[in-house]
Design a protein around this ligand. Structure first.
Ligand SMILES: Nc1ncnc2c1ncn2[C@@H]1O[C@H](COP(=O)(O)OP(=O)(O)OP(=O)(O)O)[C@@H](O)[C@H]1O
Ligand SMILES: [Mg+2]
Length: 373
């Protein structure tokens, strides 16, 4: 009678329950567990239940289970286990040793709850926080770059003006004229750097027009193809009826050149560079932090190169962050791409795997005006 009511209680409990003997083998699962798993008691008994563990969690789960048993310690762990519908769900499993009044160890009793939805919300919150942190960081860097660029621009005007004056007052072919030319050349290069900083900071005024990204991509490829080593195969795919976007063609070209140059540098011993363009309607749920749902053109630049570590990925958009040898990279390529895309109301998604390559997906919104054409 006592056994029957204990079982009834276990079956009516709002949590999943399991019981195991001193030999670690499971001897009971309540109804919620069996319903969750969609399996019969006989299939789950012993170590039958471990069949449903997610391959990535199996080892950790069994190790923790065995260790708690050996030490007779309470157990608490999170793992994924297959539900009746074939999906893996995160669960929280808490168990305690069963010790009789005379001190005999009888096994364990555990309760399990499905925490999958909670986990997903946590993950989403973490991602959102990361995005907010990242945009705040880029905002701060942007204003710093803007301030710096502004001051440098003024100083460079003075430097260039004075070197022009020195040149004008110097004898043709003299050493002084040569020195003035050197100053001039250096200040021109510094001006280029300042322009790049302005692109990063998004303080550069935009020269807006309706842009066909297909021709931007095609033109850029023509331009850059001669700079690509023979070992790199280029593929170009464009969806029929690609929507036009509204923006600054020059800036968009610059962004693409930067991405393609990075892809080239990532494939020193050759590989495949893919540039593709497609239309996508982005819903509220899928939209990136700060952007609006709607119609987007997605530009993908992918390479089969060296890939990036998570550390490099977390810093790749920072101005002056480069892993390239001194003199090879300024570390501004991706910061400019980020500034340009953000300035157009879009965002960049990046996937990368060491030794496999990287994929940059650029989302650019289709302007209202552009859609009417
Ligand atoms: N396609 C890619 N594959 C592997 N790593 C990449 C890729 N794109 C960017 N990176 C990494 O991100 C870093 C920053 O890129 P970014 O374009 O901003 O600067 P850079 O290429 O180093 O210099 P610059 O573009 O100014 O010449 C690179 O140094 C590299 O480590
Ligand atoms: Mg670069």
């Amino acid at each position: 009678m006592e056994r029957v009511s204990a079982r009834l209680m276990a079956d009516l409990a709002p949590v999943m329950i399991w019981v195991s003997g001193a030999d670690k083998q499971c001897i009971f699962f309540n109804r919620p567990w069996l319903e969750f798993r969609g399996r019969r008691m006989e299939e789950e008994l012993g170590d039958g239940w471990t069949e449903g563990l997610h391959p990535e969690d199996k080892e950790m789960c069994i190790q923790t289970y065995n260790r708690s048993f050996d030490e007779r310690l309470p157990l608490r762990m999170e793992y994924r286990i297959r539900r009746h519908d074939g999906t893996y769900r995160w669960v929280l499993d808490s168990a305690k040793p069963i010790i009789t009044e005379d001190g005999t160890f009888m096994g364990y009793i555990g309760t399990v709850i499905d925490i999958d939805d909670m986990k997903r919300t946590e993950e989403l919150n973490r991602k959102l926080q990361e995005q907010v942190f990242h945009s705040q960081k880029m905002e701060a860097i942007g204003s710093m770059a803007a301030g710096l660029a502004h001051d440098l621009k003024n100083l460079l005007t003075v430097i260039k003006g004075n070197s022009d004056l020195i040149k004008a007052h110097s004898e043709k072919g003299s050493k002084t004229e040569r020195y003035a030319d050197n100053i001039n050349e250096a200040s021109m290069r510094a001006s280029e750097l300042v322009n790049k900083l302005l692109l990063v900071s998004r303080r550069q005024p935009m020269n807006r027009s309706t842009v066909d990204l297909g021709s931007v991509a095609y033109g850029t490829l023509q331009l850059i193809e001669s700079l690509l080593p023979a070992g790199i195969e280029v593929r170009y795919e464009k969806e029929e009826g690609l929507w036009p976007v509204e923006g600054d063609q020059g800036m968009l070209e610059q962004m693409l050149v930067n991405l393609v140059t990075n892809a080239r540098d990532a494939m020193p011993s050759g590989g495949t560079l893919l540039i593709s363009l497609r239309n996508e309607v982005v819903s509220e749920a899928a939209v990136n932090n700060g952007a609006s749902p709607g119609c987007y053109v997605v530009l993908t630049v992918s390479d089969s190169g060296i890939g990036m570590t998570p550390e490099v990925m977390s810093r790749m958009f920072d101005p002056f962050f480069t892993t390239k040898p001194e003199g090879k990279g300024t570390g501004l390529g991706l910061s400019i791409a980020y500034g340009v895309v953000k300035g157009h109301g879009g965002w960049i998604e990046v996937k990368s795997e060491i030794g496999k390559g990287s994929v940059f997906n650029i989302y650019l919104p289709v302007g209202q005006k552009a859609l009417q054409i």
